[in-house]
Design a protein around this ligand. Structure first.
Ligand code: RIB
Length: 291
């Protein structure tokens, strides 16, 4: 089985700041680091590190060859990443404060110029039962999700960053939806629908140090899973790591509670590290970690 991920590819610029800047404030950063990121990329790397065959569908500019090479080094199939002339690779300015919280500004760049033809060409290689994963940092998610349903793929959607209209367009094709607590509240405010009301078989709401809740909307069952006790230094990419690990575990045939338990370990390790795709733990580290 395989995971096809229509996802963003960003250069992440991490600025370490004493606190997140307020409107109008000028603040000196104490350090800056460049790494590989993007919600899509982080999920692809997490899925590959969790031992799933992972095919990334996306785009970079001419300045993004390093990002594609790094994805390949991390075990992701990069054949369906286009290099577009005259379009910059996406990038993110990430401020991280002393408590590990972040605030992100994004330039989508090539992430918003992914063609229907490129998506079609990638998905034409998929087999029934493979997974399509989408988030909201690219264009053409609804096109990909509709095609995935026609091809009998399992469709997973991470509602980040939250956009009500984009979410409404993909929900009819979504089998499993990942939201964090803020996105779940935004969704409810925009549509009046709480997680148990959504027309999706399974919804996972992540709540940081409070763990996560699984809403099985077929049976009506709601299960809570606790988080692990760690001291976070940087929460950036932890949700992406969780999503990639859950989907990789499901793709490898694990039942959902075990998949969530594994992903909880991976994201707990992730928040103890600075960075995004470059520091996502591999399966052995996740299995061996003692909490
Ligand atoms: O979720 C973290 C990601 O959000 C970062 O890697 C950054 O690129 C932004 O997309």
């Amino acid at each position: 089985m395989a995971i096809y991920n229509l996802g963003s590819i960003n250069a992440d610029f991490f600025y370490r700041v004493p606190h997140l800047p307020a409107a109008g404030e000028t603040l000196a950063a104490t350090s800056v680091l460049r790494g590989l990121g993007g919600k899509g990329t982080n999920m692809s790397v997490a899925a590959a590190r969790a031992a799933a065959r992972t095919i990334h569908i996306g785009a970079v500019g001419e300045d993004g060859k390093w990002a594609v090479e790094r994805l390949l080094e991390y075990g992701v199939d990069t054949r369906h990443i286009a290099t577009l002339p005259e379009t910059p690779t996406g990038h993110a300015i990430i401020n991280v404060d002393d408590a590990g919280e972040n605030a992100i500004v994004l330039l989508p760049g090539a992430n918003h110029v992914i063609s229907e033809a490129a998506i079609g060409s990638a998905l034409s290689e998929a087999s029934p039962g493979d997974t399509l994963l989408i988030q909201n940092e690219t264009n053409n998610q609804a096109y990909a999700a509709e095609m995935a349903k026609q091809l009998d793929l399992f469709t997973a959607c991470a509602a980040a960053p939250f956009e009500a209209e984009a979410m409404q367009a993909v929900l009819p094709y979504t089998d499993i939806l990942f939201l964090n607590a803020v996105e779940a509240a935004q969704f409810e405010q925009a549509t009046g629908q709480a997680p148990p009301d959504l027309p999706v078989s399974q919804v996972i709401v992540t709540k940081g140090s409070q763990g996560c809740s699984l809403y099985d909307n077929g049976s009506g069952e709601i299960r809570h899973f606790p988080a692990l006790p760690v001291t976070p230094v940087d929460t950036t990419g932890a949700g992406d790591t969780f999503t990639g690990y859950v989907l990789a575990a499901l793709d490898r045939g694990m039942p959902m509670p075990q998949a969530i338990a594994l992903a909880t370990r991976a994201s707990a390790l992730m928040v103890t590290r600075h960075g995004t795709a470059d520091v996502i733990p591999d399966l052995k580290e996740v299995q061996d970690a003692s909490f």
